[in-house]
Design a protein around this ligand. Sequence first.
Ligand SMILES: NC(=O)c1ccc[n+]([C@@H]2O[C@H](COP(=O)([O-])OP(=O)(O)OC[C@H]3O[C@@H](n4cnc5c(N)ncnc54)[C@H](OP(=O)(O)O)[C@@H]3O)[C@@H](O)[C@H]2O)c1
Length: 377
Amino acid sequence: MPHPYVLLSAAVSLDGCLDDTGPERLLLSGPADFDRVDEVRASVDAILVGAGTIRADNPRLLVNSPERRAARVAGGGPEYPLKVTVSGSGDLDPAARFWHTGGEKLLYTTDKGAERARAHGLAADVVALGSELDWRRLLEHLYAVRGVRRLMVEGGGRIHTQLLTQGLADELQLVLAPLFVGDPDAPRLFGPGAYQAGRLRLLETRPIGDVVLMRYEPTAPGTGPLPAAADHHWLALACDLAERCPPSGTAFSVGAVVVAADGTELARGHSREGADPVVHAEEAALAKIDPTDSRLATATVYSSLEPCARRASRPAPCARLILDAGVRRVVTAWREPDTFVAGADGSGVLAEGGATVVVLPEHEDRAKAPNGHLIGR
Ligand SMILES: NC(=O)c1ccc[n+]([C@@H]2O[C@H](COP(=O)([O-])OP(=O)(O)OC[C@H]3O[C@@H](n4cnc5c(N)ncnc54)[C@H](OP(=O)(O)O)[C@@H]3O)[C@@H](O)[C@H]2O)c1
């Protein structure tokens, strides 16, 4: 089930705090950055904060610029993004500003929390997600039922920590403010947790007055059948690589990337790469990796098209090459059609060999784009 694009947004002090412990919200950013945040809010379908942030800050979470609100309406959307909060207890103040400003409001909670929230008479849709709150179910619900495609998450720390450790954050927009909090009890941006090993990808740095915006993208593949946000990023890259293939009327254009469990790219390739007119994308990528590289056993292969099960040009199909390399996880956008091989089932070959195959159909159109002439598009 698809999820919205999830953008985490936060401002932190130099010692990593989101706030101090005083009664007033600590202002970490300046006017220019607050205006940037307003612009980001205006660009999303929904804004989410945790119940802790509503209790501590009593925020409104509005799009303040009338021009930006008018542009949203002119584009056919609501004036304000949907406001979403998350609470296990359902114990929220019905007088909080969150419920009485801006557009529609939505509370995700547990079955027990829903009883309490309803008893409080909160001015919001209340959605109970069972005995525990499951972030994947929440994101699926936002996408499928509320039509949310871009979600901005504005904290606090417990929410950011869960979304990042569960591989559900597509992007982190972090503003570093030149001040210290120094209080051991102040809330931190990220708590302890099973974060991805390895490094995130830096997308951008931008000075804004005396603060600096840093944008990062997680890089670690998911594990097993559960897709992580980074799986989408890597598969999108594989689809980009497919566009680079020399054209052919007799073979698909495919891109592939091999990524280690810690998010390190091991190799990439595309069909008919270099001087080899018949090489396949996965084959080209795997050929660049030392076969004794121990990272292959926990790596993921991203391929815009399902790895082939049979081929005329060479004895070993790509599904076999992947298994022989020791890789046990493959993410693809598109199952192979019958164009050249009837009943090709690379996923079946991979599954029989003990690999997990994850198909992300959200990328199918991009994977098909350079192959339109072969599939009658
Ligand atoms: N600098 C910034 O950019 C920024 C932005 C936002 C917030 N903040 C600061 O962050 C602080 C608040 O952060 P926080 O970590 O204390 O709170 P939080 O992350 O905003 O909210 C935590 C609450 O959300 C609910 N929740 C979270 N995960 C849940 C789950 N898996 N299942 C059920 N309920 C769940 C729980 O509500 P219940 O307790 O109701 O069960 C939990 O107490 C404040 O001091 C605020 O000023 C700073």
